[in-house]
Write a protein that binds this ligand. Structure first.
Ligand SMILES: [Zn+2]
Length: 286
């Protein structure tokens, strides 16, 4: 497969059935990769989970979470409607453990094995196959979607631990190596042409940390990620690690919205005192 040149990443507002998302329509038109960052709107959950809670590990009714996930797939990937495949066969949503492990769906035959591993814990899902979606869930942590010029993509959960352990840079290097193996295109060329999308997350003015965490971040990523002595800029730390592995800064699109300050639109663990639903970062290639 030859590498394409992707359009510059943008996050435009879109609405699919009842579900408003931030997406990149031009990316979809060119590659068939549909990415989406969801908000709280468009689902069936109530209370702290009102309404599109996609997280299954919170204290919401699991049947409602499943309904919300079905609504998401039906809205974003209507091409899959009418197929006999169940949700487990088309959607990988790992148990997130703040680690640095990525799992890969290379072909449809991998889905069962990846589902079993994902249930044990993983924080990034790489997908090369068409028609298989990846969903990760967030309420202040940084949601990242990376799309290689060949259409291979990853959805990544980067909390402060995930930014610190550099899961995003590690996943990007891994998926570029995988694609080099398949396509022969050098990994450095693939990474330079990769689009990075960052959804809403807790911004620097709201992300108060201990002195230890603050010093870990400035030690690894430089003083530019320090907002003041007790606040860290996770977005800047993420940007620094991505540029170090060869990402083009013009190919990073950040929604630039703080979850804590915008708790009416997004779930926020801190703003909701730990009792919150989860919005999603989702991608699928159609
Ligand atoms: Zn804020």
């Amino acid at each position: 497969m030859t590498a394409l040149i992707l359009p510059r990443p943008v996050l435009n507002e879109g609405r699919f059935a009842s579900i408003p998302v931030f997406t990149d329509d031009r990316l979809f038109e060119q590659t068939g990769v549909r990415i989406a960052f969801t908000t709280r709107e468009g689902g069936v959950s109530t209370g702290a989970y009102d309404s599109l809670n996609l997280g299954s590990h919170v204290d919401d009714d699991l049947s409602l979470v499943e309904q919300n996930r079905v609504l998401l797939i039906e809205a974003l990937a209507p091409e899959l409607a009418g197929e006999s495949r169940g949700l487990d066969e088309v959607l990988v949503a790992p148990k997130q453990v703040h680690g640095d492990q990525a799992l890969t769906v290379e072909t449809a035959a991998d889905v069962d094995g990846v589902q079993a591993e994902a249930a044990q814990g993983a924080d990034a899902i790489i997908v090369a196959e068409k028609g298989i979606g990846a969903l990760l869930c967030f309420a202040d942590c940084v949601p990242v979607i990376a799309v290689l010029p060949t259409g291979r993509f990853a959805v990544i959960h980067a909390g402060w631990r995930g930014v610190e352990n550099q899961i995003t840079a590690k996943t990007l290097s891994l998926m570029a190596d995988q694609e080099t193996h398949v396509s022969g295109v050098p990994a450095s060329d693939l990474i330079a042409g990769t689009n990075i999308y960052i959804g809403s997350y807790i911004h620097r003015e709201c992300f108060e940390t201990s002195p230890d965490v603050h010093d870990q971040f400035t030690g690894k990523f430089g003083e530019s990620c320090s907002f003041d002595e007790s606040h860290i800029d996770l977005g800047m730390a993420l940007r620094t690690q991505l540029m170090r592995v060869g990402v083009d800064p013009d190919r990073i699109a950040d929604l630039d919205v703080c979850t804590v300050c915008n708790n009416d639109r997004f779930f926020s663990f801190r703003a909701q005192d730990g009792i919150a639903g989860r919005h999603g970062a989702f991608a699928i290639r159609l």
